[in-house]
Design a binder for this molecule. Structure first.
Ligand code: SME
Length: 155
């Protein structure tokens, strides 16, 4: 199945128009990812709080609650403020294995008012699951969150 990123991003925009608070919006964003893409085992968010990335809305197995900036794929993507597309997580130094089924991963930093606020993390049991086209589609999806998500209720 190829993912219809245009449709997925449009649906996210509709959710955001109705309610921009980060909690319902990121919850529905993780559900949209899981419903729209195949060969995934985890999709969700980590948000920065008191200097660490804290688990946010997600779909998948229970995951690590706290990730230090600079640690694992999520902490490294946040630290560098760049998308990380990891073909084989077992070869990524410091990878944090929350779900042993994960073999590849993509992590995209999230921003609000030009400031880094967290990351979107998507895991797959398949090696090299995420192509450059997936990266582009998911970055466009994340851009809707950058533009529309409201984090003011996050303390
Ligand atoms: N594998 C991630 C940790 C988060 S879980 O996969 C949900 C990492 O190395 O940052």
């Amino acid at each position: 199945m190829t993912t219809d990123y245009e449709l997925m991003t449009m649906q996210l925009r509709e959710f955001a128009k109705e309610e921009s608070d980060f909690l319902p919006l990121l919850s529905n964003a993780s559900a949209l990812i899981m419903a729209s893409m195949d060969r995934l085992n985890w999709a969700g968010f980590y948000l920065i709080k008191d200097g660490a990335l804290i688990l946010g809305p997600f779909q998948g197995k229970p995951a690590c609650i706290r990730i230090a900036v600079g640690r694992g794929v999520c902490g490294t993507a946040f630290d560098k403020d760049e998308t990380l597309r990891v073909e084989n997580v077992h070869e990524f130094k410091g990878h944090i294995a929350c779900d042993s089924a994960s073999n590849s991963e993509i992590v995209i930093p999230l921003h609000h008012d030009g400031k880094l606020v967290g990351v979107m993390d998507i895991d797959s049991p398949e090696l090299s699951r995420f192509s450059i086209e997936d990266q582009k589609g998911l970055e466009a999806f994340a851009a809707v969150l950058d533009e529309m998500a409201d984090y003011s209720s996050y303390v």
